[in-house]
Design a protein. Structure first.
Length: 313
């Protein structure tokens, strides 16, 4: 899969293509349906398949106070899209000027005049252009005028709910990892760099990796069963997201105890898949009581993770 950072750098060999445009934040089950439909059109016409996406999130560009965090890193998004054998991805770093252009200008000036799109595939809730005037209905009109085929893909429904990035964000912030993972189609992953902590976990007999520089949504505080990848090897792990009230430590952290692992991880980037929430954060009466609970958490996490690691093999 080729990666381009603007429309001008796309070679002629990738023109006359099948295109899908969107934030693809999370690359969830709804996005997967769109990508599969895109690939089907490209294969039928024997033309390149191209995804146009954005980084950073357009809402963060238009409103600096939006506080919006992506569901996944750009690297993770590329990794997932690559699995579908898409020919190219165009990653736009959008300026306010770019985002404020009219939908008609973007459709005809970019998709038609620059990429010469043969087919455009998008979801039924997709909007683009200034004031979101580019809707599936207007895209169909533009396509009819330009002689471009437009394919509007129905949303995916799971348990009576429409899969969307916004509902996944809500579920993550509520700590509903099982539901979020169901909509994502794979475990929610956080990525960060291991930094020096206060070594309290080591004194308790459970040395933890303190994860910082996390760019994506940090789920609701709690103890989670997780799978941590180190040098392409998966380890069951137990992750504390939140404070340590037993020790009056009120600054939230992401601390990971990696089962059956020894080694120096400081400065290393870790990918941590959240599998299931085990319990809420609570204050214990003593260090000894906390240790007993931690042993129970690790035992439960080990059982949960073992099943998931086996499923991936």
């Amino acid at each position: 899969m080729q990666i381009f950072n603007d429309f001008q750098s796309v070679p002629l060999a990738y023109h006359n293509c099948a295109v899908s445009i969107g934030k693809f934040d999370g690359v969830h089950c709804g996005h997967v349906r769109i990508i599969n439909r895109l690939k089907r059109h490209a294969d039928k016409l024997s033309v390149p398949s191209i995804i146009v996406t954005f980084c950073p999130h357009p809402a963060a560009v238009l409103r600096s106070d939006s506080g919006i965090c992506p569901i996944q890193t750009l690297e993770r998004k590329i990794e997932i899209i690559r699995q579908f054998n898409i020919d190219a991805i165009i990653i736009i770093n959008p300026s306010k000027q770019f985002l404020q252009q009219s939908a008609e200008s973007f459709f005809f000036g970019v998709l038609c005049d620059q990429l010469h799109a043969r087919v455009i595939v998008c979801g039924e809730n997709f909007t683009f252009g200034h004031d979101r005037t580019g809707t599936p209905e207007s895209i169909k009109r533009y396509g009819q005028s330009a002689g471009t085929e437009i394919d509007i893909v129905d949303s995916v429904q799971i348990d009576g709910a429409t899969v969307s990035s916004s509902i996944i964000r809500k579920l993550l912030k509520e700590g509903q990892i099982n539901e979020a993972n169901k909509f994502l189609g794979s475990p929610y992953q956080i990525t960060g760099v291991v930094a020096t902590g206060d070594a309290r976990g080591r004194t308790l007999g459970f040395p933890t990796a303190n994860l910082e520089q996390i760019e994506t949504i940090i789920p609701k505080h709690g103890i989670y069963a997780t799978i941590t990848t180190i040098n392409e090897k998966q380890f069951a792990s137990t992750t504390n997201i939140g404070t340590s009230p037993t020790f009056n430590q009120n600054s939230p952290r992401v601390e990971i105890f990696i089962h059956n692992f020894e080694g120096n991880l400081y400065g290393k980037k870790l990918n941590v898949d959240l599998i299931q929430k085990i319990r809420e954060i609570k204050k214990f009466n003593s260090k000894e009581e906390l240790i007993i609970q931690m042993k129970n958490d690790i035992k439960q996490s080990e059982k949960i993770c073992k099943e998931h690691i086996l499923e991936r093999r």
